[in-house]
Design a protein around this ligand. Sequence first.
Ligand SMILES: [Zn+2]
Length: 344
Amino acid sequence: MQEELTKLRDEALQKVREATDLKQLQNIRVQYLGKKGPITEVLRGMGKLSKEERPKIGALANEIREVIAGEITSKQEQLEKAEIEKKLQQETIDVTLPGRPVRTGNHHPLQAVIEEIEDLFIGKGYTVEEGPEVETDYYNFEALNLPKGHPARDMQDSFYITDEILLRTHTSPVQARTLEKYKGKGPVKIICPGKVYRRDTDDATHSHQFTQIEGLVVDENIRMSDLKGTLEVFAKKLFGEDRQIRLRPSFFPFTEPSVEVDVSCFKCSMKGCHVCKGTGWIEILGAGMVHPNVLEMAGFDSKKYRGFAFGMGPERIAMLKYGIDDIRHFYTNDVRFLKQFKQA
Ligand SMILES: [Zn+2]
């Protein structure tokens, strides 16, 4: 029996030495040390042995098990190490190869225009204010001098959630909310950028969702000339230093007087082209002196305070600036379109 065990040991150790991968090694472990292995088998026959022999054989069998297990473990470490070495060699990085370019995104052209306008006004001491896109009828219309049934409401057909709650049709409710926050004390100098919604049928120049930026200044002694000066700086910053502006009378319920603001054509220097439709002027925004009713409703004394407000559509500005011919490009997320504004 002793001989049998030593033979098994030598046989097993030989196989371990010859093993070339971890799978073979695992098979050897199962074959010799497993419950159905030959060593276990030998030990089962121990009942036939004398009392003196039994402990000797038992001890020898255990010793052999340990030797085999020890050899397997050290061979396993050896093989694992070799495998790592092999992997490292195969996966060597050639640092002289040119790198793969990482694809980076860029600002959406609308966001770029909004940020450019924000930067300009923040530099002039304005703060940026935001408000809810789901708005009450009161802030969207009534607080802006548009009582229920006012005909000018028809120009801003909206998505109603209930009779009193709707998706805001302009960013002007942010003005009303901010004025309230100031509790009748100026100065107020804010711009409000954000998304607005109207029940329009989408086409090249209309979208049911679009963006606006409005500005509002309320203080003592604010005059129309302050508005004109501010807009002139704005037009020159966005469309070039040589630009001029002109004001045309218009109507908005929340301002009195109200004006439409045109900028001199940057494309043809006022000679007349398709951008300005041959007139030399391009309409860019609406503005006016804040209506006393709007000030009073927000708790401002309209005898003491006056203000001006202006509002524009970043879509229109971006379309003019970059020569974009269809407003729907902004909202269809075509990467080929968006990628063109990497520098924007
Ligand atoms: Zn022109």
